[in-house]
Structures are given as C-alpha cells and as structure tokens.
Design a protein around this ligand. Structure first.
Ligand code: SAM
Length: 211
C-alpha cells in the first residue's frame, strides 16, 4: 500500500471517530485497492463507498471502522458477518478475531471475496453462500455478529444466534432511506439496544443469486 495514501486514510478514520488502535492497525493491514473494481482503484483510499459488481457497494472506510470498533472484537471471538460483498470487511475482522464466518447471497461476489482472502493468506475466514437473514445456525452461537445490509427489523434468527454477552452491530431502517446503526448486546435477561448514528446501506434481501 502507498504509505501516503494509507496515512491520509488513517487521518480520515481518526477524524470520524475511529480511535481504537487495534481496529486502525487491522485496517492499515488490508489494502482496500485490492477489493475495489479496477475502474475505482484510484479512489480506493478515499473515505467514500464505491460501486462493486451486482449493483452492490463496498462500504465507506470510516463506516467500516466505526462498525468494527462498536463490535469490540476480541482475539478469541467467533464472528459472523452477513453481507460479504467484496470481502474487505471480513479481511479486517480476520485480523481481530479467532474465526470469521461470512455469508453472501450473490455467488459471484462470494467467489471474488474468497479469491481475495486466499491471495492474502487469510485462513481464518469461512465463506458461505446463502441468505444471511437466517444466520448460520450450525455454527451458532456467535460472539459477535455484523450485518452490512439494511433491514427494517433485527432478524430473529440472528438475535437467537448471538451468545449471551455477545454483541451485534447492524443498520436498521427502510432500505431506500437513511438508516440507524444500532448495537445489540445480549444479556441473560434479553437484549439491550443502543443507537450509534445515521448510515446508508443497500438492503438485506432474501434468497440466493447464483449469477
Ligand atoms: N461488507 C462488504 C464489503 O466489505 O465489501 C460490503 C457489503 S454491501 C454494503 C452489502 C452486501 O450484503 C451485498 O454484497 C449484498 O449482496 C449482501 N446481502 C444482501 N442481502 C443479503 C442476505 N440476505 N444474505 C447475505 N448477503 C446479503
């Protein structure tokens, strides 16, 4: 990675509230240029979301940073990410967690993400093609769950697959509008919800697309 561009991105991340050193170090280790389409390679280090294949987006780095920070991932954690997209977010999580399960409904996106992860030697990421609204029950419970597509309500299966003491970060609200990023912590008695701010994500859609 170009040191000047990396430095500029890190300054942008800090100025937008990403101050967690572990998160910043993980983000410094993942070259975003590898994950964007060649047309947008020159803009890979700008703090903006960019279009990717299948009408989807790679999220804005500061939003990736703020969500990762809010998730408070520990080195022993098993994490589920819903919405692999390019695999950029899961690559960052892989540097912070013990294992990352990531699920994507578009098979070609999942394939590209896997290729990127393999090229980077990230061996603790398990890529799954499927409808992430249902989570991955056979691997539950998860210590952390991150959803990178917007849903009107927190999906019940994801709440059920969060371990007690675990936390989930997700955008909630109508898909074509500004949504609210929320953090859910599962306690022995139920779930605590906290609003973290406004975000804009593509919608969480049911079913699987094979091409
Ligand atoms: N985390 C991604 C990255 O680092 O590039 C960006 C994710 S993009 C904003 C949202 C992704 O969620 C899209 O790739 C979309 O296909 C996927 N998605 C939407 N609904 C889904 C579902 N029900 N299950 C799994 N993936 C879904």
């Amino acid at each position: 990675m170009n040191p000047e561009e990396t430095m500029r991105l890190l300054v942008a991340l800090r100025s937008r509230g990403v101050g967690d050193t572990r998160v910043l170090t993980a983000m410094e280790r993942v070259d975003r240029a590898r994950f964007v389409t060649p047309t947008f390679a020159a803009r890979a280090f700008e703090d903006v979301p960019l279009p990717i294949a299948r009408g989807q987006t790679i999220s804005q780095p500061s939003v990736v940073g703020l969500m990762t920070q809010a998730l408070e991932v520990g080195p022993r954690d098993i994490v589920l990410e819903v919405g692999t997209g390019t695999g950029y977010q899961s690559a960052i999580l892989s540097h912070l967690a013990r294992r990352v399960y990531t699920i994507e409904r578009h098979r070609p996106l999942a394939r590209m993400a896997r290729e990127n992860h393999e090229a980077l030697g990230l061996t603790n990421i398990v890529q799954i093609v499927g409808d992430g609204s249902y989570g991955v029950p056979e691997q539950a419970p998860f210590d952390r769950i991150l959803v990178t597509a917007a849903t009107e309500d927190t999906p019940g299966p994801l709440l059920a697959q969060l371990r007690i003491g675990g936390r989930m970060v997700l955008p909630v609200g109508e898909s074509d509008q500004v949504q609210t990023l929320i953090k859910v912590v599962r306690t022995a008695e139920g779930y605590d919800y906290e609003e973290l701010g406004a975000v804009r994500f593509v919608p969480l859609i049911g079913g699987v697309e094979h091409d």
